[in-house]
Design a protein around this ligand. Structure first.
Ligand code: AMP
Length: 207
């Protein structure tokens, strides 16, 4: 089964994906995570992508599509796409390489998103994600790694990322609705609560 998570930055796609990938044995495929790993490794792709990411803009479609095709070339199992596709051109490229079974859109209002992202902390070792409202320590409770703030997790960049989402990515709701694949769910509940709603949708899609 191949699934897409749609939703603005901070909607909880990554956190919910971490639960859902285990429940349905899916590969969690986050283009944002892949790009951050490329930046960390200072590869040519990472260097090309960094200024777009830091300013909240989208990395150009041809770069993203080439990266996705290369990363998925060897993959055989089901995939949970998180943060891809983000434009209609990316969705059309994806349609050529994978059959999509369900598209789940997480609805979260802009102000909730800004508050969530500005209090987000990430483990530099294992990638665990925290919110300072619930966990406000310097090190990860799972592996002890140092927590950091993403360069693009500040209010100015978040508002830019949100407007980029509305302009470039929100049209994908209609694109997938027309294909009968879209299911919108409220993303303001807890991670477990949202994951349970997603589980119900995916069980139905599988049946
Ligand atoms: P994310 O971790 O999904 O919030 O992505 C962080 C940043 O990476 C975005 O703001 C974009 O600059 C870039 N990015 C991630 N995925 C894509 C994509 N599918 N298309 C274009 N840019 C992307």
């Amino acid at each position: 089964m191949n699934v897409i998570f749609l939703g603005p930055p901070g909607a909880g796609k990554g956190s919910v994906a971490a639960v859902i990938k285990e429940r349905f044995s899916l590969l969690h495929f986050s283009t944002g995570d892949i790009l951050r790993a490329e930046i960390k490794a200072a590869t040519p792709l990472g260097l090309a992508a960094k200024s777009f990411i830091d300013s909240g803009k989208l990395v150009p479609d041809d770069v993203i599509i080439g990266m996705v095709e290369a990363k998925l070339a060897e993959n055989k199992g089901g995939i949970l796409f998180d943060g891809f596709p983000r434009t209609v051109a990316q969705a059309e490229a994806l349609a050529k390489i994978a059959k999509i079974d369900a598209v789940i859109e997480l609805d979260v209002p802009e102000d909730v998103i800004v508050a969530r992202i500005c209090s987000r902390r990430i483990c530099s070792e294992c990638g665990a994600v925290y919110n300072t409202a619930y966990y406000d320590k310097a090190n990860c409770e799972k592996c002890g790694g140092k927590l950091y703030i993403r360069d693009d997790d500040n209010e100015t960049t978040v508002r830019e990322r949100y407007s980029v989402y509305v302009k470039n990515t929100a049209p994908l709701s209609d694109y997938y609705k027309a294909k009968g694949l879209l299911k919108s769910i409220c993303g303001t509940d807890s991670i477990e609560g949202v994951a349970d709603l997603v589980t119900a949708v995916l069980n139905e899609a599988k049946a």
